[in-house]
Design a protein around this ligand. Structure first.
Ligand SMILES: [Zn+2]
Length: 557
């Protein structure tokens, strides 16, 4: 019995880090040295980004790119990478939280192992595409138009010829940048072949701790579950749209839909929620809501930049400045439903960061994955058009709630199912783009659009309009994470409603004044940060790995 006792004491010590082997001690030393430099440096870079976004000053942008370069230089060090690779392959690092930190470090170095000359050519090609993109203006009958002109025409114009010209104008930039974009794709591939990956797409997925098989399976399942419901909704929409243009559904072309990529639900279902928000203080509403679920955000809001100003970044984001509690959001608030959604969304990211367990090592004080923080943000953002939430937070009558419910659900249902089909096109196309950049991409794009979005290609030869989707340049191989975020949001929703609230259905679930929700998220999702791989975190929080069926169940009724 005595021997057993000694063994268990030793085991306890080993868990606390005293019984580490040589490889583990070597890694801990590396981490200590690394974090001592990177912790203050990333905080400085995040602050520079904050300053640049809030002031729009060139000096702040210059400071930011200098700091980003400095960080990139650290992660591109080939000797450090070789050391980490050796440690990873040796399998000797087993002690408690060290393997996760090793994973995080390894992946950060992996994506930066590009020889300097090649990196320079990549940055150059990247900048060229973005410059051309930003300065190009499409034209309608020789007259230059902006993207917002195009959106206005596509949502309001009755004359079909003008719609067609606007739609074509939105795609013209594709042909202008496509050669540079293909060159960029090939350079990215070249860089990753050197470190043993078949192409850049595969490398990005693996470095993001995902696998092609896993993503293929998720998209195949989503396709199976949404194929028929989408076809049905699309048929209904085509009848409504056809009628509005005085044509048959078979005569509809891409320009009859209200978005250049048919990414958004056409505005044929009347939905105006702004009337409910126009007399409210959006900031106070969000503050009151988060306090009501036990996740107070007053400190976050006090550091944030919330209102429109000359020179300021016009959209919104959340940033964890230092992983030591300085979390902020940037918004340009107005009293509209869209901005209620946005502030709830950004604060979702912010509470995720704020409530990481500060005792976790610095390298793990991050979300489990970028899509899990996106999922939490979406979970809260969806509330701005949730009729039960609106009733609770805005003091509406039952009749008002019922009225909102009816239109809101129809709109949301179409939007979400359409998003599945659209994200599938993006995922499948990009995978093919990197597998073989020399194939007939223009036709590939339309084959996918016809198959998944059920939109007929325009008559005549097809152009490179697909390249006008800027994500291919600025956020390569990332789009699938928006879909995964939606799936995670729905899985949390399902689990919480059925297993914690113990309800049969989500009808009338408002998520307002529910302290248990905050507690659940803090304990199961926010606290652990990146301590577990994303699928393990999801399993521990909701009882199973990421499963697309809850998203479909929530929106296909
Ligand atoms: Zn987000």
């Amino acid at each position: 019995m005595k021997t057993l006792l000694i063994v268990s004491i030793l085991a306890t010590f080993a868990g606390a880090g005293c019984g580490r082997n040589a490889e583990e001690r070597r890694l801990q030393d590396f981490i200590d040295g690394h974090v001592a430099i990177v912790d203050p440096l990333t905080a400085k870079a995040n602050l520079a980004y904050w300053d640049a976004s809030t002031t729009g000053k060139q000096a702040d942008y210059d400071k930011l790119s200098k700091l980003q370069l400095e960080i990139r230089r650290i992660y591109s060090d080939p000797e450090d990478f070789a050391l980490l690779k050796e440690m990873k392959e040796s399998g000797a690092v087993k002690d408690a939280e060290l393997p996760r930190q090793l994973d995080k470090l390894y992946n950060a170095y992996l994506t930066n192992q590009i020889p300097p000359d090649l990196l320079e050519r990549i940055v150059d090609a990247d900048t060229k595409v973005q410059e051309k993109y930003n300065t190009y203006r499409g034209d309608i009958d020789g007259e230059k138009v902006t993207m917002s002109d195009i959106y206005t025409i596509m949502t309001t114009e009755r004359q079909v010829r003008k719609r067609e010209l606007a739609w074509r104008a939105s795609k013209q930039v594709g042909d202008v940048i496509v050669a540079d974009l293909i060159r960029l794709v090939k350079l990215r591939n070249q860089a990753t072949k050197k470190i043993g990956f078949e192409n850049y797409h595969t490398m990005s997925i693996v470095a993001g701790e995902q696998s092609i098989e896993q993503l293929d399976a998720i998209f195949a399942e989503l396709d199976r579950l949404t194929d028929e419901p989408f076809a049905k909704l699309k048929r209904e929409l085509d009848i409504v749209l056809g009628k509005s243009f005085g044509i048959t559904p078979a005569e509809l072309r891409p320009w009859h839909y209200h978005d250049p990529f048919f990414q958004r639900t056409p505005l044929v279902y009347k939905l105006d929620l702004d009337v409910y928000y126009k007399d409210k203080n959006v900031k106070e509403l969000a503050e009151k809501y988060y306090a009501s679920i036990g996740l107070p955000v007053d400190d976050i809001l006090a550091r944030s930049d919330l209102y429109d100003r000359e020179g300021k970044y016009p959209h919104a984001f959340s940033t964890d400045i230092d992983r030591h509690g300085d979390v902020r959001i940037l918004c340009n608030l107005q009293n509209t439903e869209r901005w209620v959604e946005t502030i709830l969304h950004e604060l979702g990211h912010a509470v995720y960061s704020k409530y990481h367990n500060p005792k976790e090592p610095w390298l793990l004080r991050e979300p489990a994955h970028s899509f899990t923080t996106e999922g939490v943000a979406l979970f809260f953002g969806r509330l701005s058009r949730n009729a039960a939430w609106m009733q609770q937070m805005l003091g509406l009558t039952d009749a008002q709630r019922a009225e909102i419910e009816e239109i809101s659900f129809k709109y949301l249902q179409f939007q979400q199912i359409l998003f599945v089909r659209w994200a599938t096109v993006m995922y499948k196309f990009e995978k093919q783009l990197y597998a073989d950049p020399d194939q007939d991409l223009n036709n590939l794009w339309w084959r996918l659009v016809e198959k998944y979005q059920l939109v007929k290609r325009p008559p005549g030869p097809v152009d490179a309009g697909w390249a006008s989707k800027l994500h291919f340049t600025t956020a390569p191989c990332y789009y699938h994470n928006y879909m995964l975020g939606e799936l995670f949001a729905s899985q949390v929703h399902h689990y919480y409603v059925h297993n914690i609230m113990k309800l049969e259905s989500d009808k009338l679930v408002s998520y307002a004044n529910d302290k248990k929700l905050g507690k659940f998220l803090r304990e199961k999702v926010f606290g652990p940060g990146a301590k577990y791989r994303w699928n393990k975190m999801i399993e521990q929080a909701t009882g199973e790995a990421l499963n697309p069926k809850y998203f479909v169940e929530q929106f296909v009724k």
